[in-house]
Design a binder for this molecule. Sequence first.
Ligand SMILES: [Cu+2]
Length: 368
Amino acid sequence: MKAHLFLTATSLVLDVTLAVPSLYVDEAPNYLRPYVIRSYATAQAVNVGSQTYRFMVTGPSSNYAFTLLDTNAPNSNALGVLPHLHQRHHENFFNSKGRYQLWAQKDNGAQQTRILSPGDFGTVSPNTTHTFQILDPDTQMTGTIFPGGFEDLFFFLGTNYTSSTHTPYIPQFDNSTSAAGPGGDLISTLESFDVYSQPNFNPRSDAINGFAPQDSIWHDGANDLAEDGTPYFIANGWGPKTLNSQHGYQIVAPLVSPVQAGDLNFTLSTISISKLPANISVPTWTFDGACAFKVLEGKLSVKIADYPIAELISGDVAFVPPHTTVQYWSEAYFTKFLFPSAGVNGLDQRLVSGGKDYDFVTFPSTWV
Ligand SMILES: [Cu+2]
């Protein structure tokens, strides 16, 4: 009799397990739901030239809130894409590893260029001409594009890529001498994807110490978020920071705030967190907008809705739909994640409101 009860209970558990999709996916779902996707998952990958694009959050998976993608590629002597602009999308470039150079120019403003090393950031609001070049063999660009759905461009241009080893990109040298991606003829047909070719843009080649023009501040002073719609760049650790001490220590470094996002209504930050001190319990959050946690360093524990706790390591992404409970904490002593968020009252904004201006990238050495 006891054995029979045990079997019944087991099959009950199995039934429940089958009814709820796993939190873990190999490709972003085609509808809005919580999920965790591992670094270098298949992620609907496509190759464009020698570049491999993986889509961790897509239009369909976020109800068109944003796209989060990783581009892994070898160093190249050529631009990674022909110069272009987007009329309706705000494109953000984060350096997850390696080095790449970014160029950006808005209207008749000065043409800016920076070489981004890990943790550096550049942002391109709508109607800003931009292009990039990959400089180091082990480079990963992490893009966040608002609103979602921009990945359709890459599905159109690229060739599907799956690999049983999940190697970041196919090991090969990039010997191209002209920009990867569509040629001038094709790129002019891409306006339905919100890509407008800018063939007259000449990327400046006069960068010294990784930047031009030479009156710029780059890795030698504070970087601010521009408020006038011009492109701007924030070197790792040199931007504004807030320390929130309400639930352990959390340092928020805003990369795009509501002012810069304008009508597109989003925020983007990095958040560096401590372990929880012994007397503090993990708060439960809910947000009005979709958001994602992409681990940059350390290990992040995330509990979303009724799913089991997920442990995220470097490069892994947890996606959280609007109005969904989420708890997060770190069992590592120092964990840092990239946090794109739809709306203007997401986690980063709330931590900033509850915190104070702070000059450092490390949290205090004693608990408050
Ligand atoms: Cu672009």
